[in-house]
Design a binder for this molecule. Structure first.
Ligand code: ATP
Ligand SMILES: Nc1ccn([C@@H]2O[C@H](COP(=O)(O)O)[C@@H](O)[C@H]2O)c(=O)n1
Length: 377
C-alpha cells in the first residue's frame, strides 16, 4: 500500500525522473503528464521502441533498509541480468528539494529472453521496491506501474514528458547526512540504527563514547596532509614527525582498523557514518596530543568528504555541488586543524609509484586507478 500511495498520480506528477543515460552529458530529465507529448531526440534514443524498458525505485521510511535494499539490487542486477541489458542510475526527485530523491535504476532490455522481466518481478515482491514499465503508442510513450501481483496498476495513463534540466544534479540533494555528515550525532545515529544487523556498530559506538572529549586549548599547531593514494602522504608525514618532533595521527584512527573491512562492505550511508565517526575519534586524539607537541595528521575530513561526494554524485564532473556549496562546509563540531595541505602528483607518476609498490588495493583504490572521472571528482 505504502509504495502505491507514494507514487500515486498526484505525487508522481510533481516528481521529475532523471536517467544517467550518457556519462558525458547531462542526465535525461522527464516528468509525467496526462497529455501526450512528442519526445526530443535524446529522449527518443532512451525510449527507442525495439527494447523492453523498466525502471525501479527503492523507497522505505527506514533509511538503513532503503540503503541496503538499493545496494542488494545493484549487486543482483549486475549478476543476473542478461548481457544485452543496459542498466542506468535513475532518480525520482522534486527539483531543488533536499532529501526528496528516491534512487533507482532504468533498465533497457534488448534481449529476446524474459530474464529481465523475471528478475524485476521477483524484486517487485519486496515492499520497498516500485517497478515501472514503459510502453509506446504511436509517437508517445507512457509509464505504468506494475503491482505486486504482476498486474498493471489501473490509473490514468501517465505520458512521458521531457522536463527542464535541474539546477542541482539530483544526486546532490541527499548528500547531507547520508554521504557526508556535518555533526557527530547524525553519524552516531546511523550506527545506532544498525546495531541489530551490524553488531560491530556497538563496539564502534563504545570507542567513540570512550574517546570523546574534544576540547582543545591554544596548543601546538595541527597540520593535516591530504592526497590520493601514492601521492606521498606517508613519506611526508613521517618526515615531518621527525623534523618537527611532532606526534603523528591518522584518520581513520588505529583503533578502528579491525572494523574497516566490515564497514567497507556496507552501503554508503553506513560506510560514511563509520568514517565520519573515525574523524571525531581522531579529533579527540588531536585535542590531547596538541597540548604536548605539534600534531601531523595523515588524512582527515577532506578525505572522508571527497570520497563520499565523488561516489555519490553520478556522471560528469559538472554534476558536483557548485563551488561555495554548503556541502563543502567543515562540520560545525569537528576540531579544525591550523593548516591542510593537499599533495598532488601527475596521473602518470602516481601510477608509476603504485606499480612500484605493488600492494593490495581496496576496491575504491582500484577504482581511482581505472576511473579517471572518479579521480577528477
Ligand atoms: N617526493 C617524492 N618523490 C618521489 N617519490 C616519492 C615521494 N614521496 C613519496 N614517494 C614514493 O611514492 C610511493 C608512495 O608514497 P607514500 O607511501 O608516502 O604515499 P601515500 O600517499 O602515503 O600512499 P597511501 O595513501 O596509498 O598509503 C612510495 O614508494 C614513496 O617512496
Ligand atoms: N579520513 C578518511 C580516510 C579514508 N576514508 C575512506 O577509506 C577508504 C580509502 O582508504 P584507504 O586507506 O584504503 O586509502 C575510502 O572508502 C575512504 O572514503 C575516509 O572516509 N576518511
Amino acid at each position: 500500500m505504502l509504495k502505491r500511495a507514494m507514487f500515486r498520480c498526484g505525487q508522481l506528477c510533481s516528481r521529475v525522473f532523471a536517467v544517467e543515460f550518457d556519462l558525458r552529458t547531462e542526465p535525461l530529465y522527464f516528468t509525467l503528464s496526462s497529455n501526450p507529448q512528442v519526445l526530443h531526440h535524446a529522449h527518443q534514443q532512451l525510449f527507442a521502441d525495439d527494447k523492453k524498458l523498466f525502471s525501479l525505485h527503492v523507497h522505505s521510511d527506514n533509511r538503513i533498509e532503503k540503503a541496503q535494499t538499493h545496494a542488494e539490487i545493484k549487486h543482483k542486477l549486475s549478476l543476473t541480468l542478461p548481457r544485452d541489458c543496459d542498466v542506468f542510475e535513475a532518480y525520482s526527485f522534486i527539483p531543488d528539494v533536499k532529501n526528496s530523491v528516491v534512487k533507482g535504476f532504468f533498465i533497457r532490455d534488448k534481449s529476446t529472453t524474459t530474464l529481465a522481466e523475471d528478475v524485476l518481478k521477483t524484486l517487485q515482491e519486496s515492499k520497498s521496491v516500485c517497478v515501472f514499465s514503459y510502453k509506446r503508442e504511436g509517437q508517445y510513450y507512457w509509464q505504468e506501474m506494475l503491482t505486486t501481483c504482476n498486474q498493471v496498476e489501473e490509473s490514468v495513463r501517465q505520458y512521458i514528458t521531457p522536463a527542464a534540466a535541474a539546477e542541482h544534479h539530483p544526486s546532490t540533494l541527499n548528500i547531507r547526512n547520508s554521504d557526508v555528515f556535518y555533526c557527530m550525532h547524525e553519524a552516531y545515529e546511523v550506527l545506532q540504527e544498525c546495531t541489530d544487523i551490524i553488531p560491530e556498530s556497538k563496539e564502534v559506538l563504545k570507542l567513540v563514547d570512550e574517546q570523546l572529549e574534544t576540547s582543545r586549548g591554544d596548543g601546538f599547531p595541527v597540520i593535516v596532509i591530504e592526497g590520493l593514494d601514492a601521492t606521498g602522504k606517508t613519506t611526508l608525514t613521517e618526515a615531518l614527525r621527525e623534523s618537527l618532533n611532532a606526534t603523528l595521527l591518522k584518520s581513520p584512527p588505529q583503533c578502528l582498523a579491525s572494523f574497516r573491512q566490515r564497514f567497507d562492505s556496507e552501503p554508503p550511508l553506513i560506510r560514511r557514518a563509520f568514517y565520519a565517526l573515525g574523524n571525531y575519534i581522531t579529533a579527540a586524539h588531536i585535542g590531547k596530543e596538541s597540548l604536548r607537541a605539534p600534531v601531523i595528521v595523515d588524512r582527515y575530513w577532506h578525505s572522508t568528504a571527497a570520497y563520499a561526494i565523488a561516489t555519490a554524485v553520478g556522471g560528469r564532473v559538472e554534476n558536483l555541488p557548485k563551488p561555495g556549496s554548503e556541502l563543502y562546509q567543515w562540520p560545525e563540531d569537528l576540531l579544525k586543524p591550523n593548516l591542510v595541505l593537499l599533495l598532488t602528483v601527475s596521473p602518470e607518476e602516481r601510477l608509476r609509484r603504485l606499480r612500484d609498490r605493488g600492494q593490495d588495493k581496496t576496491v575504491e583504490e582500484a577504482e581511482l586507478e581505472i576511473n579517471q572521472l572518479f579521480r577528477l571528482k
